[in-house]
Design a protein around this ligand. Sequence first.
Ligand code: HEM
Ligand code: HEM
Length: 224
Amino acid sequence: MAHKKQPESESRLYAFIRKASAVLTHFVCFGFTVFIALLSRLGTSWFSWHPFFMTLAFSFFMTEAILLFSPEGSPIKSFSHSTKGGIHRLLQGLCVSCAVLGFAAIFYNKHLIDKPHFTSWHGLLGLLTICVVVAQSLAAMPLSYPSLAKGWSLAKLKRYHAASGLITYLLGSASLLLGLCSVWFTASVREYTWYLSALCPALGAFVIMNQVSRSYMAKKRFQS
Ligand code: HEM
Ligand code: HEM
């Protein structure tokens, strides 16, 4: 009896921790986006739009787009799976649009001040992230129009989409983290604020990694 009860209370504890971290992630990602928007003093320069659009894209839209599939932390848990898919598509579309705008802002700003492009690890990884996010969105089209990928089962497409989506999310988090290491950001905040800010992409990456790997493993087990 005691043996049976322990795993049950343990799994309830894990479910509670997962729910608490997902709820915390919603608040932290929203707060982080507002903080970066205030810090960059929007509209004062072309540069100011870069951290804002990138944080809005990756920390807010992409996190929310994936968290809505979370069994514990979805704000639209009771909606049908196809409605969730539609909202996911819309949020990822907004994410890609903001990422392209953020990229255009920093590229044009560097052009105006005559600085060379892609000279830092952040700039290089950021460029790769933008390319991957655009490719991921294009590669997702067969999920809506299966005739685009003849010979591939929908189940297989979904598994590949989830796995590559997780890599895309982790690339976004790493680019955000490297952005926080930039001279501009480190000069704008105090040490403890820096550590708190760095926790935001780290928490998002941890929660999304946990969610996607669990649903991926569940799908694999179900299909094999
Ligand atoms: C996923 C999010 C991000 C991506 C994909 C990204 C992408 C990029 C790219 C591609 C460049 C180089 C542009 C060029 O050389 O023409 C760049 C530069 C820059 N970014 Fe970001 N960025 C992101 C987030 C951030 C954040 C959150 C900050 C600030 C907190 C930031 C601050 C900077 C700064 C200061 C530069 C100019 C210096 C440099 O090239 O390293 N970025 N970013
Ligand atoms: C950069 C863009 C995107 C990323 C990073 C991304 C990432 C993800 C991830 C990680 C999942 C799995 C969530 C989970 O199982 O817990 C997922 C599911 C899904 N995505 Fe995306 N996605 C992107 C764009 C799109 C687009 C453009 C579409 C539609 C055309 C789409 C359609 C779907 C659908 C229908 C599912 C649910 C699949 C299922 O039933 O298992 N995604 N996405």
